[in-house]
Design a protein around this ligand. Structure first.
Ligand code: SF4
Length: 371
């Protein structure tokens, strides 16, 4: 049974049954070139950088496009604009997609400090804000980004953005092992007059602190995930910016509640759920494996490989929830997953959705279920 607005037409043509699936919208994101960084908080993971051909983007678009009323394709799901042909890919995306999403407020820091034309191109796309990530001072930021020199490149990128009237937004990931460095970020913001410099050109500086989800590489930071008592150590200015950014007056709306609370809630919850939507986004890695964009593209979420399966088979796998993780969530009651993988004594903070995703991934990773 298909759900939502997904339509199936079965008809006979020269004795062959053709099944036509039409999703309301289908978005594909290819990991064509990977990423220069290896961030420790990276939820999409650290697979090796690939080098897919431009023809792959065209070929994959042509294969999947007939299966959706609206179709869009991206050439990245890790670092945007990482490869030298970023302008060509942008134009190609326009041709291959029914309509493209305006450039996200995400940029390639690696490129902006090496390619003078890049920021001009971002301006030409009417970009007014761009997000960058810091973790504290130089050594800590380099450590978390997995690359020496990343900190200084981020600082350079902030200046380049402001010179070009694009407001930087600093995202800060916080864990127990970098919370003591948050005052350094506050100092950097004040000493560099980031807010005033943005106001000068009619922009607005923004900043927010959060702990991120707990999937992909970030799940390895479970042991240093912050607890309720850490929230008071977030410097006042960073708290103020964070509350403003998320439109709330309570940090727990952002950082969530203790694992213990969530455990006690879900240990009584016998629900299951489906992840099928009528407008899915699929990730395609450089080895042509396809995953639904729900959490980290791990093997237990894989819907198939394009070298072995047709687009229709992959879409059917998604719609019929045949990946291991989809099957687990559809068949295993939540309380069973929590019982196996939750920690009733943990004071770590989680948002509800992130916590369930974390447990589901753990359940699959630890082999509690196989197809
Ligand atoms: S978080 Fe972003 S920049 Fe960092 S490794 Fe992952 S994709 Fe690359």
């Amino acid at each position: 049974m298909q759900k939502f607005n997904i339509t199936n037409h079965y008809y006979l043509k020269r004795h062959v049954i053709i099944i036509e699936i039409k999703l309301k919208k289908l978005t594909l994101a290819l990991d064509m070139y990977g990423c220069p960084n290896r961030c420790r908080h990276c939820w999409v993971g650290h697979s090796p950088n690939g080098h897919m051909a431009v023809g792959d983007l065209e070929m994959i678009a042509a294969k999947f496009k007939p299966y959706a009323y609206e179709f869009e394709i991206f050439d990245w799901y890790r670092e945007p604009d990482f490869n030298d042909n970023y302008k060509e890919l942008w134009e190609l995306r326009k041709q291959l997609s029914d309509k493209i999403t305006p450039h996200y407020e995400l940029i390639s820091v690696w490129r902006i400090v090496r390619d003078n034309n890049y920021v001009k191109w971002l301006v030409s796309l009417c970009m007014t804000k761009a997000q960058l990530t810091l973790f504290g001072g130089e050594a800590t930021t380099d450590y978390y980004m997995g690359r020496k020199g990343a900190y200084w490149e981020i600082l350079q990128a902030i200046d380049i953005l402001i010179e070009n009237k694009i407001s930087p937004r600093i995202q800060v990931f916080v864990n127990k092992n970098n919370i003591d460095e948050l005052p350094l970020i506050e100092k950097l913001m004040l000493e560099n007059r980031l807010s005033e410099r943005c106001i000068d050109f009619g922009g607005e500086f923004a900043c927010f602190v959060h702990q991120g989800s707990c999937d992909g590489e970030n799940a390895k930071l479970y042991d240093v995930r912050i607890t309720q008592d850490d929230l008071k150590n977030i410097p006042p200015l960073l708290s103020e910016y964070t509350l403003k950014y998320f439109h709330t007056n309570n940090l727990n709306d952002i950082f969530g509640q203790t694992e213990q609370n969530l455990y006690n809630k879900y240990i009584k919850d016998t629900s299951t759920r489906s992840y099928v939507e009528d407008d899915p986004v699929f990730f395609i890695d450089s080895a042509y494996n396809v995953y639904p964009n729900i959490t980290t593209p791990a093997p237990y979420w894989c819907l198939g490989n394009l070298k072995e399966s047709s687009p229709e088979e992959i879409i059917q796998n998604y719609l019929n929830e045949r990946s291991v993780a989809q099957t687990v969530r559809r068949k295993i009651p939540l309380n069973e997953i929590v019982k196996q993988c939750g920690n009733p004594n943990s004071m770590r903070l989680f948002g509800e959705k992130d916590y369930i995703t974390f447990l589901l991934n753990q359940y699959c990773e630890q082999g509690y279920f196989s197809l």
